[in-house]
Design a protein around this ligand. Sequence first.
Ligand code: FES
Length: 127
Amino acid sequence: MPFYSDKVMEHFQNPRNVGEIKDADGVGEVGNPVCGDLMTFYVKVQEGKLADIKFKTFGCGAAIAVSSMVSEMALGKTIDEALKITNEEVAKELGGLPPNKMHCSNLGATALHKAIENYQNKNKATP
Ligand code: FES
């Protein structure tokens, strides 16, 4: 049984921002090639800031804790700030993950960044 930090357990048991945003401004989905788990992030952008973030994660406890932490770290941030959040920072914020669970932390920030990129692509000025 891997050893999870209290923070990981807490986020796993009470994940923040779970769900879906029906009229999301951006959606990002990533699959984990190691285990096949899936994570989807939805973002709502207002005045250049992430006004709402929701996620759906079909994955292990670590992946759920990671999603929850990413959503909490990014909420209210500007797009540029949110794009700077790295998977390593998320794992660190969670008090670390067991070595055999580090691959689970590679989804969170990536899925969030994809959702933001999706928003940016949709809002590119058409020539
Ligand atoms: Fe798949 Fe953790 S085992 S994300």
